[in-house]
Design a protein around this ligand. Structure first.
Ligand SMILES: [Zn+2]
Length: 137
């Protein structure tokens, strides 16, 4: 299999800079997960996506001020994602990044059919698993 270029943790951290807003443990988990994806995916996130882990106990809603919303897409994770076993946390991070990379619609915010949701979920799971496998060797 052809080796695709990937960033190390420091490079991911540097590339995302202001686009990643999370408390330290969550940020570290996200940066680590993103060492598994091709560097062009990280570059794309850096140019048009904000990744947030809103850190408010019992959060039900969130307003994102314009100055925080640097890009035109947002990936948000619930804090409890980072209390799961590392492997599961990583799988969930890569899954959302795959939705971004595949330009999927938001099942929660856009009206799409059940069939379309299932198709998107399958594609995101497959791509996340592929990134993870490719990063192994
Ligand atoms: Zn999904």
């Amino acid at each position: 299999m052809k080796q695709v270029p990937r960033y190390d943790a420091e490079e991911v951290h540097h590339a995302l800079d202001e686009n990643l807003r999370a408390y330290d443990d969550a940020k570290a988990a996200i940066v680590h997960a993103l060492t598994k994806v091709p560097s062009r995916v990280v570059d794309s996130l850096a140019s048009k996506c904000l990744i947030i882990v809103p850190s408010v106990v019992g959060l039900r809603g969130i307003h994102i001020p314009h100055k925080v919303l640097l890009g035109n897409e947002v990936i948000a994770f619930a804090e409890r994602v980072f209390d799961l076993p590392d492997d599961e946390t990583e799988r969930l991070i890569l899954h959302q990044v795959a939705h971004f990379w595949l330009k999927h619609k938001s099942a929660a915010l856009e009206g799409i059919s059940k069939g379309e949701v299932e198709q998107q979920e399958k594609e995101a799971d497959e791509l996340a698993a592929r990134w993870k496998n490719e990063a192994k060797g």
